[in-house]
Design a protein around this ligand. Structure first.
Ligand code: SAM
Length: 266
């Protein structure tokens, strides 16, 4: 499917929950964010229905994200439902990997192809600080489990303040090279100010080549990470919500009324 600027849209990022087991400083305010009431969170059946309609319209790549997708109870069941939609060539997940060692085998068996894992530093104390309490050892266990389950290629998402030449980013890059993990550097974004950059080593942030739509955990099709636009799949129905998002997808990112990735769904 094409948007009004002729961009081919074939990628749907699905936020399965706004809940997370970490509290990364750049992703969530210290006081937290009001959680979406569970009645407003799409069921697995609803998510699968939206995904199937998106695939009929031309999506062939799906990524599960959040919040933290692994905290959504029964996530492997959802993966199984999505992997049965014919026409999905790439079913991936972005995760902080804190509980990946428990889930990797089930996810792979359900049809997940691969994972991207967020890792901004190799220093345990710095990791604990950035995530407000996270244990980096669990991430390394998660990486090992993903590898042995065959959720490959494993990519690392590393958020940097300014550039990939910062000491923590260089360490993560070296670790990636030594362990056959592709590293992508994401410059810390400010949603309220509309500041974002092209992801180094990845595809995000490049508006002329943007191929994405997002589905938020409360059922909005969001055409752009840097816009408040969202079209309700429950109110409009999935097909019309997708068509409206396509028609109104901005040519390039602007600003949001909030400054938290977690509010949109990464
Ligand atoms: N919980 C999962 C994780 O940590 O990968 C998935 C959701 S998280 C919102 C997705 C990605 O967005 C992570 O790689 C995270 O580091 C990144 N992220 C969150 N806030 C950001 C910001 N303000 N600027 C740049 N990247 C951000």
């Amino acid at each position: 499917m094409k948007d009004s600027f002729g961009r081919e849209i074939n990628y749907l990022r699905i936020s399965v929950t706004d809940r997370c087991d970490l509290r990364c400083r750049y992703c969530m305010p210290a006081e937290g964010i009001d959680l979406i009431p569970m009645k407003d969170v799409l069921t697995f059946e609803e998510i699968t229905q939206v995904a199937a309609i998106a695939v009929e319209k031309g999506v062939n790549k799906i990524r599960l994200t959040g919040g933290e997708p692994l905290v959504r109870r029964g996530i492997a069941k959802l993966v199984g439902m999505l992997s049965k939609i014919s026409g999905v060539n790439d079913l991936a997940m972005t995760t902080n990997a804190i509980s990946l060692s428990k889930h990797a085998d089930d996810l792979a068996a359900a049809g997940l192809n691969r994972v991207n894992i967020s890792l901004d530093t190799l220093r345990p104390d710095a990791f604990k600080h950035i995530t407000r309490g996270g244990d980096i050892r669990k991430v390394f266990e998660g990486i090992a489990a993903a590898r042995s389950a065959g959720l490959t290629p494993i990519k690392l998402n590393c958020v940097v303040s300014q550039s990939s030449s910062e000491p923590d980013a260089r360490e993560v890059n070296k670790y990636g090279q030594e362990n056959n993990l592709e590293v992508r550097f994401i410059k810390q974004m400010n949603f309220a100010e509309g500041s974002f950059a092209v992801v180094e080593g990845g595809q995000g942030g490049d508006c002329p080549r943007c191929n994405r739509l997002r589905l938020s955990s409360d059922g909005l099709i969001r055409p752009c990470l840097f816009s408040d636009l969202g079209f309700s799949t429950r109110e409009l129905g999935p097909s019309q919500a997708i068509e409206r998002a396509l028609a109104e997808k901005p040519e390039s990112g602007g600003k949001c009324s909030h400054n938290w990735m977690r509010a949109v769904g990464g």
